[in-house]
Design a binder for this molecule. Sequence first.
Ligand SMILES: CC(C)(COP(=O)(O)OP(=O)(O)OC[C@H]1O[C@@H](n2cnc3c(N)ncnc32)[C@H](O)[C@@H]1OP(=O)(O)O)[C@@H](O)C(=O)NCCC(=O)NCCS
Length: 208
Amino acid sequence: MTAAGTGRPAPPPPVPLRTDRLTLRHVRPEDAEALLWYYRREDVTRHLLDGPWDAERAAEQARHRSGRKHITQSGFATVLVAELTERGNGAEPGRLVGDISLWAVDETLSHGEVSWVADPELGGHGYATEMARAVLGLGFEHYGMHRIQAQVESTNRASARLCERLGMTREAHLRRNWWIKGAWTDTLVYGMLAEEFTTGGGTAGSDC
Ligand SMILES: CC(C)(COP(=O)(O)OP(=O)(O)OC[C@H]1O[C@@H](n2cnc3c(N)ncnc32)[C@H](O)[C@@H]1OP(=O)(O)O)[C@@H](O)C(=O)NCCC(=O)NCCS
């Protein structure tokens, strides 16, 4: 673990992370098709800066994200995909349920931010919550972060509900601060402090 606030990097993260139903692993270039399956949808990318994707964008993103394994500098990220460990809700083991990024916001490496996307075909079963809780655990317990935030476009109710399910606190409503898909949009900032983190039901473990 990093000595919080010193800016010294932690060891590489203990990936894969395992939760009750999911395995979170690093992205591979071969994930392009599975990522495209949900990033091609307008309803999935509506609140995101980027998308919907086409096959070329998916290949480029899968390749780029496959290199984002460890946080060693401000702005560097750990990007993970979450796959089903066993068959569930009609889907086979190995099916991607979503992906999630954790990055350091500042030079101390103890202030992080998360961003998530999940396949709506497997939505409503708590997979995104389980995936996000595991990554909050990675940020607080492995990287020694003291604060992790999520920035959510103000009309993105599903993402705001996810923050609230995780126990994050709504700290700010920023007015017209992001230009998304042709319009200025408001942002809700949710935050959690290390001492507020509890693993709840979907405890994150690791192979290491
Ligand atoms: C934000 C997003 C990841 C949330 O996905 P989700 O399917 O709502 O989240 P979960 O998989 O955790 O499922 C939660 C729902 O399942 C229910 N649920 C069922 N079993 C559950 C369990 N074991 N644990 C938690 N929730 C459970 C919850 O009650 C909740 O229901 P609700 O939607 O009626 O409130 C998804 O909407 C998404 O990818 N949106 C597009 C991308 C995006 O905007 N990303 C955000 C960028 S900031």
